[in-house]
Structure formats: structure tokens, C-alpha cells
Design a protein around this ligand. Structure first.
Ligand code: IPM
Ligand code: MG
Length: 367
């Protein structure tokens, strides 16, 4: 299989974690006989520095002519004073929009090996397996009008959703639930917001096409509580853009570290894959960032943009094996008996574990 991957390392720890994800993908290609081509392009703060814009047109063109985009993180403190449309984050939002990536999938899996990293009691978080399906191109992030009034004394954003936007993301959630545990929790604020009333109405209608999947509605405030009181009650969480942004960081508590969370943004012609964490400028350049969220995002790329399900599972199994063997980046370290490793060593360990898993499979098939 041939695949052209645009790599956008971005800011802060972005380049460090992305480098490990690319390493893993290269080994996947080598061991399974695929031809993956990688090309790096600037986005975010580095792109502002190099080219004066957070999403240069050369970067966008390269993404649009690739099969998939792998992104690190964007955001840099030196740009904190800029207007929203000029900030590094604006580059990421414009990219999601240009790619038509309206469906953001964020799997939350509680790994047994690092259960001590979660402040939740093991019996509460253990075995949690949730897929957050976040609408990515609507709501407050993109609604017009937005801005400051002339005096700067007030500011406004618009939350807007069309039935079509809600419908298409609802189908993604119900289809995902069909292949999982057949439950969708739709999250809104229908006791206050018109957009949420429409959301509820459309999701209820779409649910009728999936008789095997049960649907519950939750208000976002209640969902935020249930998510950490009783994560096991959730299978697929379907929600709008900002609620999904907030709930997915909260869900990181279940996994034990934001560094573990991966995401796929799909629905358009080209899929975009990025860890959920930010650029973490406080630890950038130290070689201590956790690359597993980025590597798990590469696994999602294999699944959704390359239809390489087996390879994707092998990468996920390799992540699990490395954690089971006791290796920890500092964010996951909770005491004796475990080995603390740096970003690149964690990458090497995943590569080794993946090679073992893939070779075992080849040996099995050769018998
Ligand atoms: C995320 C991030 C982004 C978002 C930022 C960096 C624009 O927080 O992917 O969750 O808000 O969507
Ligand atoms: Mg976020």
C-alpha cells in the first residue's frame, strides 16, 4: 500500500512526539511491505515565525494533496497576545476546516498497567473504554459573527448548528457504536440552548435508523460529573465542538495522563491525526514528553486513512506491551518498580515491541 503523509510537527513538544510516531510508521511500512512517504511542513507558531502565517498556503496545499496528515501540537506563549485569528491555534482550526474533517474521534482506554496514574480508584476507572465523537467544524469555534465591539468593552461568539451538520456527525457516532457496545450518549445543554434543542431533535431522529443502538441524552454538566464518577456507563459520547473539547481533557483523567490520548479527525477527503495534548512549552526540548498519544494517533491513521486494521492493532498492542513491561515517561511515573524513559527511548521500545508482534504474526503465517 502506498501512502503520502504530510507531517506537521508544530510547536513545543510537537516535533519530539511526532518524530517517534513517524519512526513507528516507518517500521510498520518496512515490516509489512508498504510504501509510506513523509514530507514535513510548518504549522502554528513555527509557521508564524518562518512564513508569517499559522497555516501557510504551501502547508495547506501539501496536506490537501496527501493521503493523511500527522500533526504534533500548536501553541506558543510568545503569541498569547495575538488576536484569535492570528494565533498558532488558528492554523489548526483552518486546517481542520479546509480538510472538511468534521468528525473528531477520541478513544479513551484505561490501560490496566498504568491504573495507578489515574486519581480515580482502580475499580472505578478500570476497563473504561469510551469513544468521544466530537463535532469539529461547527459551534462556537466557527460561528459568525464573532469579535470584539468597537470599544473592546464587550466580545461575542456565535453558537450555530445546522441540522445537516448534526446529522452527519450523529451517523458517525451511531455507526461507531454498532461496532462497539451499542450505546450512544448524546451530550448537550438543551435546557438552555436552542442549538442543543436542535441537536437533541436531530440525534433522536438519526437514532431511529440504528435500532440496535440505544440512545441516552445527558446535559453536559451532568455528563462531566458522570464521566469521572462512573466512566464504565459510557460507550460512545456524541457531542458538539466545545463540549467535546472540554470533556476529552476531562476524560484524560481516566487514562492517567493527557499524553496518552490520541485523535483522528475524519469525514473529509484527507484525515488529520494528532494527539489531544497541547504543545506543553514548559517541558519542550527536554526529551521527556510522552510520545504514546502521538504514536496512538499514528495507529488511528493506519486504521482510518489506510484501512490497515491489522497494522493499527499491532501498534496499539505494542503500546500496551511497553506499558505492561513497566516503562514510563515522567508523566506516567508513580514510583518503584517502574523504569522512567525519555521520549525517544519510549519510541524505540514501541518500535521493538511492534517488530516482535509483527514478526510473530509472520512466523505464524509461515507455519
Ligand atoms: C484540541 C485543542 C484545540 C481545540 C486547540 C489547540 C485549538 O484543545 O484539539 O482539543 O480546541 O480544538
Ligand atoms: Mg482541547
Amino acid at each position: 500500500m502506498k501512502l503520502k503523509i504530510a507531517v506537521l510537527p508544530g510547536d513545543g513538544i510537537g516535533p519530539e512526539v511526532t518524530a517517534q510516531a513517524v519512526r513507528v510508521l516507518k517500521v510498520v511500512a518496512a515490516l509489512h511491505g508498504h510504501a509510506f512517504e513523509f514530507e514535513e511542513w510548518p504549522v502554528g507558531g513555527v509557521a508564524i515565525k518562518q512564513e508569517g502565517a499559522p497555516l501557510p498556503s504551501s502547508t495547506l496545499d501539501a496536506c490537501l494533496s496527501s493521503n493523511a496528515v500527522l500533526l504534533g501540537a500548536v501553541g506558543a506563549p510568545e503569541h498569547d497576545k495575538l488576536a484569535p485569528e492570528a494565533r498558532p491555534e488558528a492554523g489548526l482550526l483552518a486546517l481542520r476546516n479546509a480538510l472538511g474533517a468534521y468528525a473528531n474521534l477520541r478513544p479513551v482506554v484505561a490501560y490496566e498497567a498504568i491504573s495507578e496514574c489515574s486519581p480515580l480508584r482502580p475499580e472505578i476507572a478500570r476497563d473504561a473504554d469510551i469513544l468521544i465523537v466530537r463535532e469539529l467544524l461547527g459551534g462556537l469555534y466557527f460561528g459568525q459573527p464573532r469579535g470584539f465591539d468597537s470599544e473592546g468593552a464587550s466580545a461575542f461568539n456565535t453558537m450555530r448548528y445546522s441540522a445537516t451538520e448534526i446529522e452527519r456527525i450523529a451517523h458517525i457516532a451511531f455507526k461507531a457504536a454498532e461496532a462497539r457496545r451499542q450505546k450512544v450518549t448524546s451530550v448537550d445543554k438543551a435546557n438552555v440552548l436552542e442549538t442543543s434543542q436542535l441537536w437533541r431533535e436531530v440525534v433522536t431522529r438519526v437514532a431511529q435508523e440504528y435500532p440496535g443502538v440505544s440512545l441516552e441524552h445527558l446535559y453536559v454538566d451532568a455528563c462531566a460529573m458522570h464521566l469521572i464518577m462512573d466512566p464504565l456507563r459510557f460507550d460512545v459520547i456524541l457531542t458538539e465542538n466545545l463540549f467535546g473539547d472540554i470533556l476529552s481533557d476531562e476524560a484524560a483523567v481516566i487514562m492517567g495522563s493527557l499524553g496518552m490520548l490520541a485523535s483522528a479527525s475524519i469525514g473529509g477527503a484527507v484525515g488529520l491525526y494528532e494527539p489531544v495534548h497541547g504543545s506543553a512549552p514548559d517541558i519542550a526540548g527536554q526529551g521527556v514528553a510522552n510520545p504514546l498519544g502521538a504514536i496512538a494517533s499514528a495507529a488511528l491513521l493506519l486504521r482510518h486513512s489506510a484501512q490497515l486494521e491489522q497494522e493499527s492493532r499491532e501498534v496499539e498492542a505494542a503500546i500496551r506491551a511497553v506499558l505492561d513491561a513497566g516503562y514510563r515517561t515522567p508523566d506516567l511515573y508513580r514510583g518503584p518498580g517502574k523504569r522512567v524513559v525519555q521520549t525517544s527511548e519510549m519510541g524505540s521500545l514501541v518500535v521493538e515491541a511492534f517488530s516482535d508482534i509483527a514478526n510473530q504474526r509472520h512466523a505464524y503465517h509461515a507455519v
